[in-house]
Design a protein around this ligand. Sequence first.
Ligand SMILES: [Zn+2]
Ligand SMILES: [Zn+2]
Ligand SMILES: [Zn+2]
Length: 343
Amino acid sequence: MQTMTVSPINFPAFRCLSDFTHQTSVGAPLPDVQIRTSGGLSIPAHSSILASVSPVLENILDRPRKRSTSENIIPILGVPCDSVVAFVRFLYSLRCTEEEMDNYGIHLLALSHVFSVPQLKQRCTRALSGRLTVENVVDVLKLARMCDAPDLYLKCMKLVSNEFKAVENTEGWKFLQNHDPWLELEILQFLDETESRRKRRSKKREEQNLYVQLSEAMECLEHICTEGCTSVGPYDKEPTKNREPCSKFSTCHGVQLLIRHFAGCNKRVNGGCCRCKQMWQLLRLHSSMCDQTDCCRVPMCRQFKLRAQLDKKGDDARWRLLVRRVMSAKAMSSLYLAKRRRE
Ligand SMILES: [Zn+2]
Ligand SMILES: [Zn+2]
Ligand SMILES: [Zn+2]
């Protein structure tokens, strides 16, 4: 194979080196290694520098030489010539241009992995993360998995999962389906887990909303029964029609309607009235959460307490769980309010 040699003077990788050698001017070390690329390019380099950045190259350089020639050649094949040039430049300068990342990011990641250059791997991971597209994501994913780059791998997986419809139509995905069923399975599993995580989260959020609403209803019930709000109030106080709606009026209004219904309904709980039953549950919930013994003005509070004491045995675990959840929602929202007030 015909080889060509790049002179260190013209070869950009060595500009920084020549800057460095200029300072020591006389007695500058001469290149003692040739890096051979698949295009037949020969890049002169200094073993001391290669060895100081890459432990793998250090190993190769330390190996007893089999060849009779004194020339030390390291082949770096299977990637484009120019990516090897950029790689060697990095070994000297610990820098890569954005343009090099645009053109050879994936090759540089592979090289950084093979030759164990963590600084370059980090640089590539960051650069490739910022350049992910629907078109290249499958290829980058494969590479990230092969090169053990977990951050990049996760980023790719997330993009595939967010844009799966589009990714499915890419050449990369079709190739993967035909040639790498294990990776396909891995991706599909990830999608599946993401979906069920999402469902679990939204279910939890819905539940949490319910507890927050109940805790608000408890607050409203108490303030309606002690001081009254817009149209409903305690028997010994006139509900002041002029009173401003309270801060939780949408919930409060609902509770007021329920109270008015409860007071006038003929069917009642025993007659199977759903709304009365709802009111009954709210009163029971209040009683379970209330820590005032004698002075509480919420109807039925004491009766429910007494009843709860009487049938301790029939104590219902689900009810206690509900009470705990509503109490913690109440605590959370008062913490949140206190924080907002401080801010
Ligand atoms: Zn109110
Ligand atoms: Zn009713
Ligand atoms: Zn009470």
